[in-house]
Design a protein around this ligand. Structure first.
Ligand SMILES: Cc1cc2nc3c(=O)[nH]c(=O)nc-3n(C[C@H](O)[C@H](O)[C@H](O)COP(=O)(O)OP(=O)(O)OC[C@H]3O[C@@H](n4cnc5c(N)ncnc54)[C@H](O)[C@@H]3O)c2cc1C
Length: 416
């Protein structure tokens, strides 16, 4: 098996395939765990696996073009390249389309923790985090709407029900590290988080120990006939790597690779997020997620990671320090007692975004030897372990199932 991309999906795929006895070669242009794999929020969350596009975010798109202080930013000079994606995003923002994508994605919800637990039982390091997300919002109506939505998802068995809404002193004694002004919130008690740095390192170690042929510093430039990948190394030398099947898991870089290979597929663009670590006087008891500030703070091992932003500029590798200022402003109003001037581990990562919020999982027409597993949007960690198992099942000729139920792969088709 040839896996293109050694990020979250590529590593989970390699791990699952090797467990079934396949020999695996990974082609990775940088190092294992590059891309968006390690600096993310570490969330595994059946309750929140949903598309970004919604009537609410559609309104944020305008602010994204014209305001430099919005969490969502769209580079005006890149509007021509992003126009098609933007139209698709707006079309996917209606209640009806969002409900369709949400239902399709929720097929995975019940499988997220069992797939992770199987990795833990097998000795993969899933530590460094905990469980329980404290959801906050200063807009009362928005908070109640979110609370109602999570209850509705729980009644569909798409996650555990939220706790009661806490206000004022009750909230403050529940989470003393909240900044002044955060007056209401509720706990999603079952959602989990982990340290993606140690998780990815553990997966990389496992597949390497078990004999995966890991080719780092090698870029896949196009897919050739059959299960072959044409690559270029850092010195510009070309080579071809072949196998029985090729799994394309190149995250936000997938679309150019498919285009160069003559394969039509739903476009995946980069939606960049930023993170860093800060020292705090006191660590929050749980992950704290601000719905209206669009940021998350995560107690991760002995450090507090701050995560947020959604930047569309068609430059998945470019780091813009100004985005960190916007993130700090948002997080500074969420959590007290952090030393915002002593930021370390500053990071940018490209989420592989699709307009409709759904990943691409399947083969191009007439090319069963190629499987694309990309476009996991904000959910590549939540969905990584289960995607790996799914790919192993498809390659093993088994019908796709998640948590014992048949999986409808139709919504995730390549060219939709
Ligand atoms: C700020 C932020 C916070 C996030 N928080 C969460 C979270 O809490 N929970 C969650 O579930 N998800 C989260 N995500 C999303 C998650 O990180 C992504 O969905 C996930 O990383 C996608 O996995 P991937 O393997 O498709 O892409 P990546 O992890 O980006 O990996 C792609 C890999 O392919 C390599 N590559 C690309 N092109 C080529 C090529 N041509 N040849 C060879 N190699 C190539 C890249 O170098 C990279 O290593 C977050 C993302 C960001 C940015």
């Amino acid at each position: 098996m040839v896996v293109v991309g050694g990020g979250l999906i590529g590593l989970c795929a390699a791990y699952a395939l090797m467990r079934e006895g396949h020999r695996v070669t990974i082609i990775e242009r940088d190092h294992l765990g590059a891309g968006a794999a390690t600096g993310n929020a570490g969330e595994l969350t059946p309750q929140q696996v949903a598309p970004l596009a919604s009537p609410h975010t559609a309104r944020d798109v305008l602010a994204g073009v014209f305001s430099s202080s919005s969490y969502l930013s769209i580079a005006p000079l890149r509007l021509p390249q992003l126009a098609g994606f933007g139209m698709g995003f707006l079309l996917s923002s209606t209640h009806r389309r969002r409900a369709h994508a949400t239902r399709a994605l929720a097929q995975f919800s019940a499988a997220i923790f069992p797939a992770l637990d199987r990795m833990t039982d097998d000795g993969i390091d899933t530590s460094g985090g905990g469980s329980g997300y404290l959801m906050t919002c200063t807009d009362e109506r928005e908070l109640v709407a979110a609370h109602t939505r999570y209850h509705a998802r729980a009644s569909e068995r798409w996650g555990e029900a939220p706790g009661a809404i806490l206000r004022g002193e009750d909230l403050r004694s529940f989470e003393p590290t909240l900044a002044p002004g955060i007056e209401a919130g509720f706990l999603l008690p079952a959602e989990r988080y982990l340290d993606p740095v140690t998780f990815v390192a553990s997966l990389a170690r496992r597949i390497t120990q078990q004999g995966a042929d890991v080719r780092t510093g090698l870029t896949a430039t196009r897919l050739a006939a059959g299960a072959s990948v044409v690559c270029r190394d850092e010195a510009g030398r070309e080579s071809t790597i072949s196998g029985d099947r090729v799994i394309v898991a190149a995250g936000a870089w997938t679309s150019p690779l498919l285009r160069r290979s003559g394969i039509r597929a739903t476009r995946i663009v980069s939606g960049k997020g930023y993170s860093y670590t800060v020292p705090v006087e006191r660590m929050p008891r749980h992950l704290v997620h601000s719905i209206d500030r669009h940021c998350v703070v995560i107690p991760m091992n002995d450090r507090l990671r701050v995560v947020g932003m959604m930047e569309f500029d068609e430059r998945p590798d470019a780091f813009h320090p100004a985005r960190l200022q916007v993130l700090t402003k948002a997080a500074g109003g969420l959590i007290a007692g952090a030393d915002w001037d002593r930021r370390t581990e500053e990071w940018v990562g490209a989420r592989p975004m699709t307009a409709d919020g759904m990943p691409v999982l399947g083969s191009p027409a007439g090319r069963p030897e190629i499987l694309v597993a990309a476009g996991h949007n904000m959910h590549g960690l939540s969905l990584g372990p289960v995607t790996g198992e799914l790919l192993a099942a498809l390659i093993g000729g088994r019908s796709p199932q998640v948590a014992g139920s048949p999986l409808d792969l139709g919504p995730f088709a390549l060219d939709r």
